[in-house]
Design a binder for this molecule. Structure first.
Ligand code: MG
Length: 425
């Protein structure tokens, strides 16, 4: 079997869902998804000559070929691995279809028939839709007026995550009641048993969005959001809160300490990701479990974190970390330190189901993220399932060959990003 072509398509959803299709001389094709990044489609196209004519079954060798080809330009990590991750997942889809077995069979088989999913919840009315450089945007499928990006009037084009976000006085204001209402809704109407909310939301107590500091009133406000959610859903629902890398070590610790009574599943990214020693100080200074991982690439990105006990839970994003087999290797490494894995995911059902194949194959699994609540056509993006992708907060891992589902090209074409090729068209 030989690879004959590689083509891409981009769907403008809440994020740019970027798909790679691998074509072969045996009428088998495979589909994979990459995490958004500036210039992503051109990187995928640049990698294509490395793969044409190769046997797609040699996944690890082809992975190495792409990796070392990009090494001079910085293969220690970075966006090139977003591209490689999508291609690698597409290769596994080809391999599975060729042998008539699901992807997880090639990753060690199943620990579980269905994998637990946690819902990423947004308490406000505004849709969070971001460009590849994290600027807020209005996708063309959103009616004007409904779900307008928060802070649209501010005229400040700051990225929505990390430090230095927009002027808090002009943004949507959140209340504990809004958090409680959304939590109740997601649990009772959708059946999820695990939820995640943003904690770093605009509030009246912020003094400075550049400094990484928190005022005491802000810490108390954040604790009131967490308390409201815990009281709304009770102790049988697992809760995580995300800080998007905003705070310094001492304020992250003040916050984590304040949240200890609420028994969180984890507090995510309280400090920026680069300084592992600083992250370890937070993790080891609080009973609140600390999670991070969506910024790191490859086994090597997690090595020091695991060896030094810098995190309680790791959250690699399988559409960028380096591939599905690489994720399996990272999970095994984490397991030697008795650390659990909760894969980050903002993908379409294609990437989400690829992640579910890994999730069932690893022992030390917690839950997989679902970030598609605000996308009305999320479930319609795949063919090959009887019902919705996620039911009652779980994904039944597909048992068909390869990924077990395919991209619904008719629906994908409807939401295709302008100016991007659609699988060569
Ligand atoms: Mg996060």
């Amino acid at each position: 079997m030989k690879i004959t072509d590689i083509r891409t398509a981009v769907v403008e959803a809440n994020y740019d869902w970027t798909f790679t299709r691998v074509y072969t001389d045996e009428e088998i094709t495979g589909i994979g998804e990459s995490f958004l990044a500036p210039g992503l489609v051109s990187i995928i196209n640049e990698l294509k000559p490395l793969l044409i004519g190769e046997d797609p079954r040699n996944v690890d060798k082809l992975w190495s070929k792409m990796r070392w080809a990009a090494s001079g330009a910085g293969s220690m990590g970075g966006i090139v691995y977003n591209a490689i991750s999508g291609i690698e997942a597409a290769l596994w889809d080809v391999v599975g279809k060729h042998y008539g077995a699901p992807i997880h069979d090639f990753l060690g088989g199943k620990y579980r028939d269905r994998v637990r999913v946690y819902a990423d919840c947004h308490a406000g009315e505004a849709l969070e839709a971001l460009t590849p450089i994290l600027l807020e945007r209005q996708p063309k499928w959103v009616e004007v007026g409904a779900g307008e990006p928060a802070g649209d009037d501010a005229g400040i084009n700051y990225p929505a995550h990390g430090r230095a976000h927009g002027d808090p006085s002009t943004e949507e204001v959140f209340t504990p009641e809004m958090y409680a209402d959304r939590a109740r809704e997601v649990v009772s109407e959708m059946g999820f048993t695990a939820l995640k909310f943003d904690l770093d939301v605009p509030n009246p107590y912020t003094q400075d969005t550049h400094s990484g500091t928190l005022t005491y009133a802000e810490v108390k406000f954040m604790a009131s959001l967490v308390q409201a959610v815990r009281e709304a859903v009770g102790d049988t629902i697992d809760l995580a809160f995300d800080c998007h890398w905003r705070y310094n070590v001492s304020d992250a610790l003040r916050l984590a300490y304040e949240l200890e009574p609420y028994g969180l599943m984890w507090l995510e990214d309280p400090v920026p990701p680069e300084n592992i020693g600083a992250m370890r100080r937070v993790t080891q200074g609080t009973k609140t479990p600390i999670a991070s991982g969506e910024n790191y690439y490859l086994r090597f990105g997690f090595r020091e974190i695991l060896e030094t006990g810098a995190l309680d839970i790791i959250a690699p994003d399988l559409q960028k970390v380096g591939g599905l087999l690489e994720a399996r290797k990272i999970a095994d490494m984490a397991d030697t330190h008795y650390v659990a894995v909760a894969p980050h995911c903002i993908a379409s059902p294609i990437g989400t189901i690829a992640s579910a194949h890994v999730a069932t194959a690893i022992p030390n699994y917690v839950a997989l993220e679902w970030h598609g609540m605000s996308v009305p056509f999320w479930n319609d993006m795949v063919t090959g399932l009887d019902g919705p992708v996620i039911e009652d907060g779980y994904i039944k891992v597909p048992q068909g060959p390869g990924l077990g589902v395919d991209l619904n090209e008719e629906v994908a074409r409807q939401y295709a990003k302008e100016g991007e090729p659609f699988f060569g068209e």
